[in-house]
Design a protein around this ligand. Structure first.
Ligand code: ADP
Ligand code: MG
Length: 294
């Protein structure tokens, strides 16, 4: 069922109902995005729920998710459209001799010979979709410029075919891990959402959402420890993703408390650098209760 929210509270409740716990600004910006038709740029450290927000919006809004995963060297042919060379070649071969070049050319540059890539799929779709452009900071500025045109006009120009205008407007979510500054031009066209590590109570609720069977006392301790670990000066502080993994691991192991021994056994689920492990063992491990001796 396609959903059209009428308030910020609608969006907050809707996202929660599909398993995503939004902070206040997340619900607000998401609501505005659905009403103003502007793309949302979501920035923040890895593992704080940027990608998941787009997925959750697609579930909540009842719209298909179209995802473009960005990487270094991504170009229009992989993001927008590409001519299906093989099919074109086949057509040329089968028609060789019988038809003139002009007819073949008209033929092979038609929509039947076009391979749609995610950006084109998103705007050509007859039902509005959620378009996730994930990790935009991995591409270069040229790619960003191409994207700007698409995001402001919702149209694509294909030299051989002409202008293709959007049939429907997608809700667009761009994410960035902040590995480079994005251009001002891009930011100007987007609503901006900064996602950070959550407050303790919020993170506890997220962890419990993902592992409802973990005893509440263990879940609370887990989140307290994770927040303590984030205070340290680490190469890679644990994110929500790590908290969730740790909760699952502790549940599997049947842990009823996080004491020193349990922590030592499982800390590599949340800390993944050799040097960070040493720091954490030294600074956090000692603050926990020694293991109970039966
Ligand atoms: N607010 C939230 N509510 C529920 N789950 C969340 C939330 N934030 C993050 N998560 C979970 O944390 C994990 C990492 O999120 P992800 O979106 O992949 O991070 P990012 O894209 O920021 O690197 C996912 O399993 C996601 O479900
Ligand atoms: Mg992500």
């Amino acid at each position: 069922m396609a959903e059209n929210p009428t308030s910020v509270q609608d969006v907050a409740d809707g996202l929660r109902a599909v398993g995503y716990l939004p902070g206040a600004s997340t619900a607000l910006v998401s609501f505005l995005a659905t009403q103003l038709g502007k793309p949302v740029l979501v920035e923040g450290p890895a593992g704080v729920g940027k990608t998941e927000l787009a997925k959750a919006l697609s579930r909540y809004l009842g719209r298909e998710l179209v995802r473009l995963q960005c990487y270094e060297g991504l170009d229009e042919a992989k993001a927008l459209y590409e001519w299906n060379y093989r099919k074109q070649l086949l057509r040329i071969q089968t028609e060789a001799g019988e038809t003139g070049w002009d007819r073949v050319q008209d033929d092979i540059f038609g929509e039947d010979f076009l391979l749609e890539r995610p950006l084109m799929t998103a705007i050509a779709s007859s039902e509005p979709v959620v378009l996730l452009i994930d990790e935009i900071d991995k591409t270069d500025q040229e790619f960003e410029a191409m994207l700007l045109e698409l995001l402001s006009d919702f149209q694509i120009t294909i030299p051989e075919l002409g202008r293709i205008e959007a049939r429907t407007h997608p809700v667009v979510v761009l994410t960035s891990n902040n590995s480079r500054e994005l251009t001002e031009a891009l930011k100007r066209r987007c609503l901006y959402l900064w996602l950070d590590y959550p407050e303790l109570e919020q993170e506890l609720e997220i962890v419990r959402m993902h592992s409802p069977d973990l005893p509440e006392t263990v879940a609370r301790k887990l989140v307290e420890v994770v927040q303590m670990v984030r205070e340290l000066d680490l190469k890679k502080p644990p994110s929500i993703a790590e908290s969730i993994d740790w909760a699952r691991a502790l549940l599997l192991l049947g842990a009823s408390d996080i004491d020193q021994a349990t922590f030592r056994q499982t800390m590599s689920v949340i800390v993944k650098h050799r040097t960070d492990l040493d720091t954490v063992a030294e600074r956090v491990g000692v603050k926990l209760e020694p293991a109970q001796v039966a």
